[in-house]
Design a binder for this molecule. Sequence first.
Ligand SMILES: [Cu+2]
Length: 120
Amino acid sequence: MKTLKIFGIIGLVIFTTTRLFAQEETLKKESFKVWGNCEMCKATMEKPFKKMDGVKSAKWNVASKKMTVKFDASKISLDDIKKTIASVGYDTEEFRAPDEAYSKLHGCCQYDRPAAKAAN
Ligand SMILES: [Cu+2]
């Protein structure tokens, strides 16, 4: 009877901890390179995420050119985040901004683009 009680407690502990982990797992933090030049680029590429459901924060570092995002993976994917950045004119390794979006950027923001992939 006593061992049954102990097993019951162990079971409860395992149950609650796995539930806690499951909740944390959907919140992800990722860093990746985004091509850009300056503070104005930073404002432009961070803007779409200010009020986006599922994205907790998006910060681009001008010096390292790294974007760090915290997001809920159950609501938005990393690819969708990168596509959003491309849609406002900024290239990532995976998604190239449309030329039209790039040409709309302010003159000083027209960064040197990475070479286009042969396939596209
Ligand atoms: Cu700029």
